[in-house]
Write a protein that binds this ligand. Structure first.
Ligand SMILES: [Zn+2]
Length: 355
């Protein structure tokens, strides 16, 4: 026997829901009988006139939380005559499918403070014989992961995060050296030992898998330039400024502290066809085409895509790949995003927000 919707005058619902939107917190209690109009007919009469529940609905229907943030879902029924109706809060059952994302009996979803960007969970909501799911994703907020230093630069505080965003607006803290640099076992365009061979462990492991998969498909990639210390970046940038002028230098080289290579998560790759050059000619090689199509499967993105200079601040670099992890890489590649576009505080419930 399907359950009837919780008795509530449908005319009162828009008012109740606008109240929920205004107040946020404690919205579930607004759906209890005490909040309905005292002039409402007795519950038994009302029930007889109401259609059965056809489905459940959740507001919001999907959610992006910053690590440590929480947000309360509002659940209501849709009746067979397409009207919204309240449900008994005590009879709703919530379950989270992810370890880093939890939900309490009131429908408040919380991302663990140490959750990683790219962690996802499906929240299952059951009521009577009805069930819906709400996808939840963890994404750090740009504003909560950077502070402004004395010279007005935005300095990131999540430099160890594999999803850290470093660009012309956001720099690494002075003196930052990644904690776990190793040399990936892949072919390089040079033989001598050099800091350029290093990457962070997780990125190095992924690079080995990427190169092995390329080779398996008949394409030989070479590492050209991985980790770059602040000091090296400084001498490189100064040299470009001397030879090409500051404006041109900034199109393809980073101001020290602003280079992704200093994160240990980026590497420039090339092929022997173009003599290991890092220029547009690499983009036309079969190796580069394979790379653009498959990098995401191993957690890498082409960080500075074609026609995105206005967003990334850099001209197209088919050779510069950045490790972000498989989940993010897939989302960024599939939706033709840049890392800058992936992060959007307007879509994220921030940890410092009250809700
Ligand atoms: Zn690069």
């Amino acid at each position: 026997m399907p359950r009837k919707p919780f008795p509530l005058l449908t005319a009162a619902i828009p008012i109740l829901f606008s109240t929920i939107l205004m107040t946020g917190c404690g919205a579930a209690s607004a759906l209890t009988p005490s909040s309905t109009s005292p002039t409402q007919p007795p519950a038994s009469d009302n029930l007889q006139n109401q259609a059965a529940i056809a489905s459940l609905s959740a507001d919001p229907s999907q959610l992006v939380l910053a690590p440590g943030a929480h947000h309360t879902l509002h659940i209501y029924a849709i009746t067979s005559d397409q009207k919204k109706a309240a449900v008994q809060p005590a009879d709703i059952h919530f379950q989270s499918g992810g370890a880093e994302i939890s939900i309490d009996p009131n429908g408040t979803i919380t991302a663990a403070p140490d959750a990683s960007t790219g962690d996802v969970a499906e929240i299952t909501i059951s009521y009577d014989n009805h069930r819906i799911t709400v996808p939840v994703e963890v994404k750090y907020s740009l504003s909560e992961t950077a502070s402004t230093d004395a010279s007005g630069d935005h300095v990131v505080n999540n430099m160890v995060d594999r999803a850290v965003l470093v660009n012309k607006q956001r720099k690494l803290p002075d003196g930052y050296v990644p904690p776990d640099l190793v040399v990936p076992h892949v072919p390089f365009s040079f033989t001598q030992m050099n800091e350029r061979k290093y990457m962070r462990k997780e990125a190095a492991d992924a690079l080995e898998q990427l190169f092995a998969a390329a080779k398996n498909d008949g394409y030989q990639l070479y590492g050209v330039s991985g980790y770059r210390s602040y000091k090296t970046q400084k001498s490189l940038f100064d040299m470009y400024v001397r030879t090409q002028g500051e404006t041109e230098a900034k199109r393809f080289s980073a101001i020290p502290g602003h280079s992704e290579h200093q994160t240990g998560l980026a590497i420039d790759v090339s092929s022997s066809d173009v003599h290991f050059n890092l220029d547009q000619s690499f983009g036309n090689t079969p190796e580069a085409k394979w790379l653009a199509e498959h990098a995401d499967e191993y957690g890498f993105i082409i960080r500075y895509p074609q026609d995105k200079e206005a967003i990334t601040g850099y001209a197209y670099e088919p050779w510069h790949i950045r490790y972000v992890g498989k989940q993010l890489a897939k989302e960024i590649y599939t939706n033709h995003l840049t890392l800058e576009q992936f992060f959007d505080d307007a879509q994220v419930v921030l940890a410092r927000q009250q809700n």
